[in-house]
Design a protein around this ligand. Structure first.
Ligand SMILES: C[S@@+](CC[C@H](N)C(=O)[O-])C[C@H]1O[C@@H](n2cnc3c(N)ncnc32)[C@H](O)[C@@H]1O
Length: 232
């Protein structure tokens, strides 16, 4: 290929793979994160590193649920960590239809178009396969309430990144939080302090109004993401 000409997507994917393998050999958190960054999404800084560390820190065979997985960037962080630990399952809840609150839907549609895939589900499954994470995930296609209605298992780590409207985020929190084990970890993205886009600040409101002792402990934010432990 001539110098200065555009390189193909497979070329960049191969380079990204080599880079992730080289980094991962020296630093597992950076390796998992580097692979996750090959998936389109929004969480990218120290918050992504903390998600990886949190998933790595869980005990044997944990049940992880992420509500709102989109193209799979954070799934790559969670499942990548569990693949390295050798046990656990990441349950992935999403209708895969670019739905959500008013504010976010145009962004979802734009990202899907940029991915080149025809559906969110195809893109998500393609990313999971490319990253060799199939054995570490289980897909639950549907809205939060559809899936929560049939859910029974206690959860070790719960990440809620779906509908970000105040009413939508609160409904999802109330659907899933009862399944979180005492001592289990909760992860809420899109909670940056001071960033309150009206209609898109549902998780931030949960942090401000609900994530406090005695119900939650060890509440801390890293960039755009809040981490908390449900009191034991
Ligand atoms: C912000 S994106 C998730 C990003 C993903 N966690 C990542 O790191 O790349 C939100 C996703 O949740 C989905 N969603 C919106 N409302 C939902 C609901 N009520 N139940 C489940 N998923 C929902 C959206 O369609 C979208 O796929």
């Amino acid at each position: 290929m001539n110098a200065g000409s555009a390189q193909s997507i497979p070329y960049w994917n191969t380079l990204a793979k080599i880079w992730a393998a080289a980094v991962g050999a020296f630093n597992p958190v950076e390796g998992i994160r580097a692979r996750a960054m090959t998936v389109q999404g929004w969480i990218s800084g120290d918050d992504s590193r903390e998600i990886v560390r949190t998933a790595l820190s869980l005990g044997e065979n944990p049940t992880i649920v992420e509500v709102g997985v989109f193209l799979g960037r954070s799934v790559a962080m969670l499942a990548g960590a569990r693949s390295m630990r050798g046990s656990g399952k990441v349950h992935c809840v999403d209708p895969f239809d670019c739905s959500g609150e008013e504010y976010s839907m145009p962004f979802y549609r734009a990202e899907l178009q940029a991915s080149g895939a025809s559906t969110v589900e195809t893109a998500f499954l393609g990313n999971v396969k490319r990253l060799k994470l199939e054995a570490w995930i289980q897909v639950h296609k549907g809205t939060s309430s559809d899936i929560a209605r049939r859910w029974t298992a206690p959860i070790d780590l719960l990440m809620l990144d779906a509908d970000h409207s105040p009413d939508g985020a609160l409904a999802i929190f109330e659907e899933w939080e009862p399944f979180l084990k005492p001592g289990g970890m909760l992860i809420l993205p899109n909670t940056k302090v001071g960033k309150k886009t009206p209609g898109h600040d549902g998780n931030r409101r949960i942090v401000d109004e609900t994530l406090r002792a005695p119900r939650f402990v060890e509440v801390r934010s890293v960039l755009s993401v809040t981490f908390a432990r449900k009191a034991a």
